[in-house]
Design a protein around this ligand. Structure first.
Ligand code: TRP
Length: 365
C-alpha cells in the first residue's frame, strides 16, 4: 500500500533543534494505549519537526516503540500487539518519514536486552532506589525505599530495572541526543552515569554522553482537572484528547474543558488559572509559538468560549489529515509491519556492530 497523503516537511521549522552533523538522535514511546494530545505535543510533533528539518540532514534519527518497557504494565498480548501498531501508525501519520528516520519496535532487536543485562551488572541498587518514577508507578511515596518488605513484595524487578533498559536503548546506538519530556530527566542522568561507569570500568571512551533534549512544550494537563497530567488512564475520559478523535468529539471535549470564573482578558498563570493556562499551552504547542507570543495573539479575546473555539479549530486542523492516514494504515496493518521490519533491519546493523564492540571490550568476544 502506498500512503501518499502523509505530510512531509522538507522545509525548516525555525525553532526546531539543530544538531551537529553526525549526531544520533534517539527516542522511544511506550506503546501502552492510544496516543493523546500530550504525547503528540510532548514527543511525536517534535520528533517530526527535528527529523524532517533540512538542517539536520547529516544526523541520524531513530524512533520506535518501547514495547519491552510496556511489559512492566501491559500483560494482555492482544492489547500490546495492537498498541504497538497504533504507535507506529501514529508516528507515520504525524509525518515522521520512514525513509529518513528509523522506525522500529525495540523488542525486535535482541541487543537491547543483551546490553541491558551488561549495564545492570554495573548499576547500583542505590541508584535505582533513588529513581522516582517506579515509585509513582508502584504508588508509593517518593521517600519510600525499595528495601522495605512491603514494597519489595509488591514491586516487580522489571519496574526497578526499567531505567537500565532505557539506558541500554540509548547507548546501544551510541546516541548523542535524546528528546524526552522533563519527567525523563532523572532517567537520562542515570543513563549518563551508567555510560561513564562503563567507560571507566572498561577503560574506554566507547559511549558518548547523551544529551537530554527537553521538548519546549510544557506538560499538557487533563482538560478536566488541570492539576493532573493528561493521561489515557484518567477516569474522566473527557480530560484526555486522543489524536484520532473526530472533530465532533474534539469539540465536545473542549466544550467540557474546565476553565475558571475570571472574566475579561485571558492571561497565562498556571497557579491561578490552570485550565486557561493549559489551553494556552496547547495553542502555543500547535502553533509553535512561545507562550508569550501566544498570549499576545490572544489579547483580543474576552471569553473562555473564544479560546475553546480556537483550540478546537487548531486541533481539528492539525489532525484532519493525520486521522485519515492513521485510519488507512490501521485498516491494513501489513504496511505498518513492513515499516517496522524495515526499520528493524536498519537498526540491527548499527546495534550488532556496537554490541560486538561491547563484547570485545568486556571480554565476551
Ligand atoms: N521511559 C520513556 C517514557 O516513558 C520511554 C523510553 C524507553 C525512552 N526507552 C527510551 C525514551 C529511550 C527515550 C530513550 O517516556
Amino acid at each position: 500500500m502506498m500512503i501518499r497523503s502523509v505530510r512531509t516537511y522538507s522545509s525548516s521549522i525555525s525553532n526546531a533543534a539543530v544538531f551537529p552533523s553526525g549526531s544520533t538522535v534517539f527516542s522511544l514511546i511506550q506503546p501502552t494505549g492510544k496516543i493523546h494530545l500530550g504525547n503528540y505535543l510532548g514527543a511525536l510533533s517534535n520528533w517530526r519537526d527535528i527529523s524532517n528539518d533540512e538542517r539536520n540532514s547529516e544526523s541520524r534519527f531513530i524512533f520506535g516503540t518501547a514495547d519491552l518497557h510496556a511489559l512492566t504494565s501491559v500483560t494482555d498480548p492482544a492489547k500490546l500487539k495492537n498498541s504497538r501498531r497504533e504507535a507506529i501508525a501514529s508516528l507515520i501519520a504525524a509525518g515522521i518519514d520512514p525513509e529518513r528516520s528509523i522506525i522500529y519496535h525495540q523488542s525486535s532487536i535482541a541487543e537491547h536486552s543483551q546490553l541491558s543485562w551488561i549495564l545492570t551488572c554495573l548499576t547500583s541498587m542505590g541508584a535505582l532506589n533513588r529513581m522516582t518514577q517506579w515509585k509513582s508507578k508502584a504508588k508509593v511515596e517518593e521517600t519510600d525505599s525499595i528495601f522495605g518488605d512491603e514494597i519489595l513484595g509488591k514491586t516487580k524487578a522489571g519496574v526497578l530495572c526499567y531505567p537500565v533498559l532505557q539506558a541500554a536503548d540509548i547507548l546501544l546506538y551510541k546516541s548523542t541526543h535524546v528528546p524526552v519530556g522533563d519527567d525523563q530527566a532523572q532517567h537520562l542522568e542515570l543513563c549518563r552515569n551508567i555510560a561513564s561507569i562503563f567507560n571507566s570500568t572498561y577503560k574506554s571512551n566507547f559511549f558518548p554522553m547523551p544529551k537530554s533534549l527537553f521538548t519546549a512544550n510544557k506538560k499538557i494537563m487533563s482538560l478536566r482537572s488541570s492539576e493532573k497530567k493528561m493521561s489515557k488512564s484518567d477516569v474522566d475520559q473527557n480530560g484526555c484528547l486522543y489524536i484520532t478523535e473526530s472533530p465532533d468529539q474534539i469539540a465536545k471535549k473542549l466544550r467540557k474543558a474546565t476553565t475558571d470564573s475570571i472574566q475579561g482578558r485571558l492571561y497565562f498563570d498556571p497557579e491561578e488559572r490552570p485550565g486557561v493556562s493549559n489551553l494556552i499551552n496547547i495553542v502555543s504547542g500547535l502553533t509553535r509559538k512561545s507562550v508569550e507570543d501566544t498570549v499576545k495573539d490572544l489579547e483580543y479575546m474576552r471569553s473562555h468560549k473564544q479560546l475553546k473555539d480556537l483550540v478546537t479549530d487548531l486541533i481539528v486542523e492539525e489532525f484532519k489529515d493525520q486521522r485519515l492516514v492513521y485510519e488507512e494504515l490501521m485498516k491494513d496493518v501489513s504496511y505498518i509491519d513492513q515499516i517496522a521490519d524495515r526499520g528493524a533491519e536498519k537498526a540491527k546493523k548499527i546495534a550488532s556492530v556496537n554490541m560486538r564492540a561491547v563484547e570485545k571490550l568486556i571480554g565476551l568476544d
